[in-house]
Design a protein around this ligand. Structure first.
Ligand code: FE2
Ligand code: FE2
Ligand code: FE2
Length: 164
């Protein structure tokens, strides 16, 4: 029972973490910087809670196990979850959902490929040989080494990508 509860608590804290980021952005748009800061700070606290809960669930393995876990998750999204959701959203003419799903699935394919590369490096006992990673701040499109001039998925200018 406690394991189930901690799984639910983990999901709830993850949701609160992301929701508060969105709420902070909205408060910034409404020119309420202190309320935005409050949302951002508490969002961080919810992240701490989520990470603590996850630790109790013993789902964090070695890096080799974690990379495999990530590959499985990304592949599930690309092969099963999003194609099904996409079909339903199109059937119901839910245009916003169709676009959001499209943005996600295009990135998840790349994530899976990048993690597979990481898995091969680990097999050789090496860290991954990795250039800078560029993430589209509109759709999440993920590129290595250089940002494109324009995002191939959503058209955002490459210089507005986040760099890691
Ligand atoms: Fe919390
Ligand atoms: Fe992903
Ligand atoms: Fe994009």
């Amino acid at each position: 029972m406690t394991t189930k509860n901690m799984e639910q608590a983990f999901i709830g804290e993850c949701i609160a973490h992301i929701k508060y980021i969105a709420f902070a952005r909205q408060a910034e748009i409404e020119n309420k910087p202190n309320i935005a800061r409050l949302f951002r700070a508490i969002s961080f606290a919810e992240q701490v809670h989520a990470l603590n809960h996850l630790k109790t669930l013993e789902e964090i393995g070695t890096t080799e196990e974690n990379v495999q876990n990530a590959i499985d998750g990304e592949n599930f999204e690309v092969e099963e979850m999003y194609p099904g959701y996409d079909a339903v959203a199109k059937l119901q003419n839910e245009k916003d959902a169709v676009r959001s799903i499209h943005f996600a699935i295009e990135s998840e394919r790349i994530h899976s490929a990048m993690y597979i590369k990481a898995k091969h490096s680990l097999r050789e006992g090496e860290d991954l040989n990795l250039g800078k990673i560029y993430i589209c701040t509109t759709c999440g499109y993920t590129a290595e080494s250089a940002s494109p001039e324009y995002c191939p998925v959503c058209g955002l200018r490459g210089k507005e990508f986040a760099v890691f």
